[in-house]
Design a protein around this ligand. Structure first.
Ligand SMILES: *Cc1c(COP(=O)(O)O)cnc(C)c1O
Ligand code: SF4
Length: 332
């Protein structure tokens, strides 16, 4: 049985909480969920729901995407724009905060709505360059030859179709100072069929060194459906990394992090970042304190080879990089 095209899988995603609960043999008796709340309502592809355990309200994949009533609780310190990004973009869709690299938003859409996401309140509608907005971006890059890496981020950049992506990359190739192309995406994890033959061709054809930073938080997100796509990406010259967000009740146990690192490596992927949660309103119930995060890291370092230990980082407004958390190990 071959999977249906990714666009169709996208269309057929769960958008109603009760449909998803039914599918998973759960009911509102098990979980206190929100109805349809706002623009950031439930969205989860079936291919991802199929990796959840039926009848388990605490499933670590379910927890990432199910809107809970807790989201409505106001918690001190959790705000709508914790990174003050609304003010940091010189052009719609472009963020230039770090040395030598820019972050571009090709699309505000995502195939899955992650409840902890700091972009849940981001005004993508006003901040989506659209194809018309590309030229000013290319002009900016031409005038800023210190920028050597372009990072496509989101939303999810792979939510645009292959021909649009190809046009974009071919136009970007004419900016000679840009050497590296990075794609931050969760789409292939939730809909493995997104890795199309056409996409692989685009990666094989480009002059850029391509890195794909996947986003996955738990070992259960990796099943046999991802084996071939990951092999194909590697065979097409793409470097594969993963970033995860540290989430209470999802992946904050040492064994969960060990499982994730080993599982990623089985698929040819190295862990890159483990992010402390951005303090975005509605996500406070996922928060893990810095102290707990540090002891989790100690537990990982005790066991894992160095290349399977992600860097624990957080983001703060007006800083020129992610900030590595001091693990305190040199003065232990
Ligand atoms: C995370 C981020 C990057 C990429 O940072 P790396 O440390 O190179 O992964 C670039 N620009 C912005 C604005 C970012 O938030
Ligand atoms: S940007 Fe990433 S983390 Fe946020 S909702 Fe989209 S896929 Fe999830």
């Amino acid at each position: 049985m071959s999977a249906s095209p990714w666009t169709q899988q996208w269309q057929e995603s769960f958008k109603q909480v009760d449909d998803l609960l039914n599918y998973l043999d759960l009911s509102r008796k098990n979980i206190v969920v929100l109805g349809q709340v706002d623009a950031f309502s439930l969205r989860v592809p079936r291919a991802f729901a199929d990796r959840m355990e039926k009848g388990n309200p605490d499933d670590p994949l379910l927890k990432q995407i199910l809107p809970l009533s807790q989201e409505l609780e106001a918690v001190a310190g959790f705000t709508k724009d914790p990174l003050a990004e609304e003010k940091a973009n010189p052009l719609p869709g472009l963020l230039h905060k770090y040395h030598g690299r820019v972050l571009l938003t090709l699309s505000g859409a995502c195939a899955v709505h992650c409840r902890y996401c700091f972009r849940r309140h981001f005004p993508y509608k006003e901040n989506n360059p659209g194809t018309k907005g590309w030229e000013p971006i290319f002009e900016y890059l031409t005038n800023h030859s210190e920028v050597t890496e372009v990072i496509l981020s989101g939303g999810d950049p792979l939510s645009v179709d292959d021909s649009m992506l190809e046009n974009f990359i071919q136009r970007l190739e004419t900016v000679s100072s840009v050497k590296y192309l990075r794609i931050h995406t969760r789409l292939p994890v939730v809909i493995p069929a997104r890795i199309t033959e056409k996409l692989l061709e685009i990666f094989r054809a480009t002059r850029f060194r391509v890195t794909m930073v996947l986003h996955s938080n738990h070992a259960n997100e990796w099943d046999a459906s991802l084996e071939l796509p990951m092999q194909q990406l590697k065979a097409s010259g793409v470097t594969l990394l993963n970033q995860a967000v540290l989430l209470r009740g999802v992946n904050d146990a040492v064994h969960s992090q060990l499982d994730l690192s080993y599982r990623l490596f089985d698929y040819g992927i190295l862990p890159y970042y483990l992010h402390l949660l951005d303090k975005v309103s509605g996500a406070a119930h996922f928060d893990v304190s810095k102290v707990d995060a540090i002891s989790l890291m100690h537990g990982m370092i005790d066991v894992l080879p160095g290349y399977l230990v992600p860097k624990l980082v957080y983001e703060a407004p007006h800083r020129g990089s992610k900030i590595p958390v001091d693990l305190g190990l040199d003065h232990a």
